[in-house]
Structures are given as C-alpha cells and as structure tokens.
Design a protein around this ligand. Structure first.
Ligand code: PMP
Length: 452
C-alpha cells in the first residue's frame, strides 16, 4: 500500500533492520537478542512486514491506533497543519490546541472542562499526581497492584507490576493496594459482589492505616489494560469515588489505554454511570498515536487551585499543533463515523461471543475478560488450579510458540506474561474480527498441548 515494489520495500526493510540493530536502543528489552519485525506499511486494521506479508493488527500498536492505520482525514489534517504552522510555544494560544481541548472537554464526564496537554501517557500521570499533591497539600499516592501507569519516575513507581521492580527506589509516598480481580482473588471471594465489597474494604483499611490526611490521590485505570483487562465489578468505581470524597482524596482515572473508544464508550469510566473522577489522564486513542499526545482533563475545583497561583510545571510541546490537529481530526472522524459505537457493537456481537466460544473448545483459556475492542485471554496450564501458562512477570516457551505461530499465520497480538490481548482498532469490521478469531482458534491448539 505504500507504492513501493516488493523488491524496493524488501531492500528498505533490510536496511531498516540492520540500522536498528546497530543504533536503536529499544524499550523494556535486553538489547542483544532482539529481532524486531520491520513494519513497512499499514492500512486500516492491517500492517505489512519487510517480506511483504500482511498481518491483521490485533495489537493496535500498543493499544493506541483506535481509528485504524492511515485514516485519510487524520493524515490530511496533519498535512494541512504542517503547511500552516508547525510549532507554537506553550504560553501562546493556537486554534488546533483550543479546538482539541474543547472536543475533549465535551466528551469527558462531569465538568472536567480544562485540559493540560502532554506528549504521552506517563507525562500525563506525572502531572496529574503533581496537581493532586499541590491541590491537597498531601504527598502519598495509592495505586493498585496489577496496573501500568508509564515508564517515567513517578509513573513507574505507581505501576503495580514487575516492570516497576528494577527502577523502584522506594519512591516516598507510593503505596500499592489490591484491586478487584475475581479470577485471582486476593480476598477469597467467590462472586463479583463479594470481590467488590472486600476490595473496597481493603482499600478503606489501606487509607485508614496510611493516614487519610497524608494521601493526595488514588490513581486507577478505569479498566486496567496492560495488567490484564480486569473489568471492575459493578459498584467498585462508585465505591472508590465515595472513599475519595469521604477522605478528601483526589481520584485520578488513568484512561491512557482505555479511553477514546477502546471499551465502546468515549471513556471507560462511563461504564460506571455517574462516577466522575477529579482528573482523567489520556493519550494513545486521543489522536490514535499519529503524532505523540497525551494530557490531563481537570475538574473545576483542581483547576481553581491554580487560578492565582502558578502551576509549577510545563512542557515545550504542551498542545503541539501537529498533535492537536491530529486529535481534532481523530475525534471528529470517530464521532462522524460512529467508531465508538462500532467498537461496542463488534465487541458485543462478534469478539466477545467469539472469544467465549474459543474458551469452550480450548482448555488453555482460563478466562476471557473484556468489553468493546479490549479483551484478554488468560492462558493457563491447568484450568483447575489456574496455574498460568507463563509466570507472573515472565514468559514461557508455550507463550512464545503461540505468538510466533499467530504471526506466521498473519495475526499480530499484544502479549503480556500469560495473556493474549485482543485489542484491534475500534474500526474493525465483522469479517476482520472473524479472520482474527479463526487464526486464534488455530494457534490456541498449540497452547492446549501444554495443558495438563
Ligand atoms: N497509563 C496507562 C494506563 C497505559 O496503558 C500507558 C501505556 N501503555 C501509560 C499510562 C503510559 O503511556 P506512555 O507510554 O504514552 O507514556
């Protein structure tokens, strides 16, 4: 699709690979053994590798390209903005930034009508935490185990998974608690209602024992993504809101991955009707990653803290014109083309039922979780004991084999430990979803061979 002959594309890919291995330092990886796939082109729900193979992108490139690859309206908006005005310092106003802020404010729940722009998700979390600390005059921040909040210093310390460990210097003020996750319940619960009640009681105890007057914020993914797409039980987010209100704690909903259509709503918090956080962090889907962008949507109360007192933080590229022009085009196209509705519909009618059907036939699937185009398959060696197919924080030959076979068969997955994440673009159609499900069906037979 990029107009090159296969030979030219192949040569370009070979050079990209060689230079990558020589000069590029990759995220979250031991560098030596890496063999990154070169992606040469993309369109809609598909990407092409250096050998010209087409792969169905069930990863959305780290769960970010909600509108699909190479959407013509977003490309045109970036091109038009580039021709008009490429860069504006943060202290000036600019039409792309103003319009993007309006479109985001219109979609956030409640009155979160002010937007601070960042370059990505981790920076959004950093700034949300700073705002909460300055607003409350308190320092501690509570976050859940089994979460991901980003790779920068505060964000990685808040992260509740093994990616925190190597850079955890005991960052003062970070406290972790267990959130609801019935399949691997910390609370010996056997129903969602029990799990919800006990998880809230545990959070309340954590608050009381840490000292409410020391806690600035609770940061929570509305639906934890990277950590396993654990849709919270009904009542949990309302319970968190109530605890925050009772103790004067700022509720930060991290919607970096779950926001902008991924779950079949503009924001995942909308699955808990009436629950309005004080701050929402976003990135990824806001412009589908066509140009890096993230931000924080801010409540009037917290915004007012900085009415007469300067906000001590900023970024050269806060609300960069190319990134915000891409956001305006993305949000507009998502609304016009009913892309959020599509995510909800495909999830409810095709992906959800299709994945549950796979679970009936494949003993390696321990649990299917998700909503919209946001699903995880929890793979296990033993359904009875729920022993995972790869250890927490690690991988296994079985997982590697499944992922490689999927790729070979033309399906790109997002994988974490013992989980296959099914997270295609929100624009996915029924036939593409079924194509991916058929490949999953095929490769899960390999995982089944590793079950007891
Ligand atoms: N929060 C959540 C919930 C995320 O999923 C991510 C990224 N996967 C981040 C924060 C960090 O975003 P970024 O990689 O853009 O810094």
């Amino acid at each position: 699709p990029n107009g090159l002959t296969q030979e030219a594309a192949g040569q370009a890919a070979a050079r990209a690979y060689e230079l990558d291995r020589r000069h590029v330092f990759h995220s979250w990886s031991a560098q030596k053994a890496l063999t990154p796939m070169v992606i040469t082109a993309a369109q809609g729900c598909y990407v092409w590798d250096g050998a010209g193979h087409r792969l169905l992108d069930f990863s959305s490139q780290l769960v970010n390209t909600n509108i699909g690859h190479q959407h013509p309206k977003v490309i045109a908006a970036i091109q038009e903005q580039a021709a008009k005005l490429c860069t504006v310092a943060p202290q000036h106003a600019n039409d792309a930034r103003s319009e993007a802020a309006r479109l985001i404010a219109e979609r956030t729940p409640g009155e979160l009508n002010r937007v601070f722009f960042t370059n990505g998700g981790a920076e959004a979390v950093e700034h949300a935490v700073r705002m909460a600390r300055l607003h409350t005059g308190r320092y501690k921040v509570l976050s859940r185990y089994r979460s991901y909040h980003g790779g920068t210093e505060t964000a990685v310390n808040l992260t509740g998974d093994p990616r925190r460990w190597p850079s955890d210097h005991g960052n003062a003020g970070t406290v972790h608690f267990f959130g609801p996750f019935l399949y691997r319940s910390q609370f010996h619960a056997s129903t969602e209602a029990e799990e919800c009640e006990r998880a809230l009681a545990h959070l309340e105890q954590t608050i009381l024992f840490e000292g409410p007057q020391t806690i600035a914020a609770i940061v929570l993914e509305s639906i934890p993504g990277t950590a396993g797409i654990m849709v919270p039980p009904p009542g949990y987010l309302a319970g968190v809101r109530e605890l925050c209100d009772r103790h004067g704690i700022v509720f930060i909903a991290d919607e970096v991955m779950a926001g902008f259509g991924r779950t079949g709503k503009w924001f995942a918090i909308e699955h808990a009707p009436g629950v309005v956080p004080d701050l929402i962090t976003f990135a990824k889907g806001v412009n589908s990653g066509y140009v890096p962008l993230g931000g924080v949507a801010i409540s009037p109360d917290i915004a007012a803290t900085f009415d007469d007192r300067p906000y001590p933080g900023g970024l050269t590229y806060s609300g960069h014109p190319l990134a915000t022009a891409a956001a305006v085009a993305t949000i507009t196209a998502m609304a016009e083309e009913r892309i959020v509705e599509n995510a909800a519909e495909i999830g409810a009618r095709v992906l959800g039922p299709g994945l549950h059907e796979l679970a009936r036939r494949h003993p390696s699937i321990g649990e299917v979780r998700g909503t919209g185009v946001f699903w995880a398959l929890e793979l296990v060696r033993d359904r009875a004991t729920r022993e995972p197919l790869a250890p927490y924080g690690g991988t296994s030959p079985a997982m590697t084999e499944v992922v490689a076979a999927a790729k070979e068969a033309g399906l790109l997955l997002f994988v974490n430990f013992n989980r296959l994440h099914v997270v295609p673009p929100c624009v996915i159609g029924e036939s593409e979803a079924k194509e991916g499900l058929a490949i999953l069906d095929q490769v899960l037979s390999l995982a089944d061979k590793h079950t007891v």
